[in-house]
Design a protein around this ligand. Structure first.
Ligand code: ADP
Length: 504
């Protein structure tokens, strides 16, 4: 594929200023520091390949220092024992500061990750701010229970009074991926901080810049030293050290299922609590009676939003035979109409993949689908100045045994096939190791809710896909993970329930 990028540069003075000093530091106890061993990692603009910044390459020593800082803060109680209303004000302020710096954060995210500026500016960065505001409200609402018990052997004349306490679990390690860096970070930090935990954050090595800028905003908002530490570096080193660390009580990870398994192994030493938001292979079922004006853009957007680098992306399309021709024509036109380019170019509707390795991996999946007998409806090309652009690709005549249908591709590739009956569609949709999300497109209430009940997935959208809100729990069935993020469920990830039983 031939693709020449239009020249672009950041519009926001603050972005230029942030990037003007190339050497970034990481956050330890509210101080900005280099890696103790002095190592660095270059971070590049995925569209052009140009150098954006240099981040510290943390090692075990940096992890030890960050965990010690978080532990001290936790033990001293400077954050966890702050009045809930005061913690709430600080979290709210972080949300407000994200909004106040939204144009800069959006440009940084686009430059670092590649996504179209509109996606960062209007969806993800505001979404991160909303996470902090949602959980700010929760700080003062963590109620416990008084529980009537029926203990028969209490001393005569005495009463038993039993209740629970929700206590912060301790030091939390948050490990985040590169597809939607700031919002996925906020989905971990906001609930963990809300309940009083101290956090060590390890952002993805390709996309650490907005996390570092967020660290500055957290200090500005008044977060006490040690409540948030940030260690940048490679997953196998920094991530692994955090997952193994005996002073980390909880690990909250978003990333691939493969890495999730490594984290589980590493976490077993001290039996730390683990929340995993892992891969997906989300089905979209379009029935004959679907409203195609909704379904065509909805299904295509679910597959190609953020270049398909979305854990809940719609990647398996099951279409009822009667409408297959119309639906395919519509989504092919949508895909062909998408303008590929640099995320900062206002004309761009789809950016590059995060790095050349990921683009090559996605391209290989397309080739494997074709080799297995799929037909190319549109797309299939790889190119761009840094070999990071993959065309929005639709494969038809797939079947569930193909590698491209079974494995998570994490790129703009939609695999599809037709079905005759609802039962067949349900069986095809559930025939997967994953269970993160799904959507069903129909005007029949009965069909919609039966599918919603019978599909094995943590989220089922009806006549939509990719609808998010801080109040809506998200997470996986089967090998898509453990636990839920967002909503009240997210708070439960970061607390231990203590039962108090008193004889009065
Ligand atoms: P991908 O394979 O798509 O790059 P990963 O799941 O490997 O995604 O990455 C998600 C996050 O997990 C990143 O921050 C990465 O650095 C981190 N990571 C990678 N390997 C490990 C590991 N062995 N232990 C802990 N974290 C890891």
């Amino acid at each position: 594929m031939q693709l020449t990028l239009n020249p672009v540069k950041p519009n926001v003075e603050a972005t230029r200023k942030f990037l003007s000093s190339k050497d970034k530091k990481m956050l330890l106890n509210n101080e900005w520091v280099d890696a103790q061993k002095g190592g660095v990692i270059e971070t590049h603009d995925p569209a052009s390949g140009s150098l954006l910044a240099i981040i510290p390459q943390g090692t075990q020593a940096d992890v030890d220092a960050a965990v010690a800082s978080a532990k001290t803060t936790f033990e001293q109680g400077t954050w966890r024992n702050m009045l809930p209303a005061e913690r709430a004000k600080i979290l709210w302020r972080i949300g407000e500061l994200i909004d106040a710096n939204i144009d800069e954060l959006a440009e940084l995210e686009t430059l670092d990750q590649g996504k179209p500026l509109g996606v960062a500016r209007w969806a993800e960065i505001p979404g991160a701010a909303e996470q902090f505001r949602y959980f700010a409200g929760m700080c003062s609402k963590l109620e416990s229970k008084v529980i009537p018990s029926s203990i028969g052997y209490q001393p005569p004349g005495k009463r038993v009074h039993s209740y629970t306490l929700s206590e912060p679990v301790g030091v939390v390690a948050a490990i985040t991926p590169w597809n939607s860096p700031l919002i996925l970070t906020a989905m971990k930090l906001a609930p963990a901080l809300c309940v009083g935990c101290s956090v060590v954050l390890k952002p993805a090595e390709d996309t650490s810049l907005t996390a570092l800028r967020l660290g500055e905003l957290c200090i500005e908002a008044g977060l006490p030293a040690g409540a948030l530490n940030i260690v940048t570096g490679y997953g196998q080193v920094v991530g692994q050290a955090l997952a193994e660390h005996n002073d980390v009580a909880k690990i909250s990870f978003t990333g691939s299922t493969q890495t999730g398994r490594k984290i589980l192994d590493a976490a077993k030493g001290n039996l730390k609590r683990v929340t995993l938001e892992l891969g997906g292979k989300s089905p979209m079922i379009v029935l004959d009676d679907a409203d195609l004006e909704l379904a065509i853009p909805g299904v295509a957007n679910a597959a190609f939003f953020n270049g398909g680098q979305v854990c809940v992306a719609g990647t398996r399309l099951y279409v009822q035979e009667g409408i297959a021709d119309k639906l395919y024509a519509g989504i092919a036109e949508y895909a062909k109409g998408l303008t590929l380019g640099h995320g900062l170019d206002p004309a761009t509707q789809m950016g590059p993949l995060v790095n050349p390795l990921q683009a090559a991996k996605v391209y290989d999946y397309i080739q494997s689908g074709l080799a297995d007998g799929a037909k190319l409806l549109t797309g299939g090309g790889l190119g761009g100045p840094h070999s990071t652009f993959v065309e929005p690709t639709i494969l038809t005549q797939c079947h569930n045994n193909m590698k491209v249908v079974r494995e998570e591709v994490f790129g703009p590739v939609l695999s599809s096939m037709t079905f005759k009956t609802s039962d067949e569609a349900l069986a095809l949709a559930n025939d997967t190791d994953y269970g993160l999300a799904a959507s069903v497109w129909t005007q029949s209430l009965s069909h919609a809710h039966r599918f919603a009940s019978d599909i094995e997935a943590g989220t089922v959208w009806i006549n939509s896909h990719l609808m998010f809100d801080p109040s809506l729990p998200i997470g996986g069935y089967k090998q898509s993970g453990w636990g839920r993020e967002s909503g009240m469920d997210a708070v439960l990830n970061y607390v231990e329930t203590k039962t108090v039983c008193a004889v009065l």
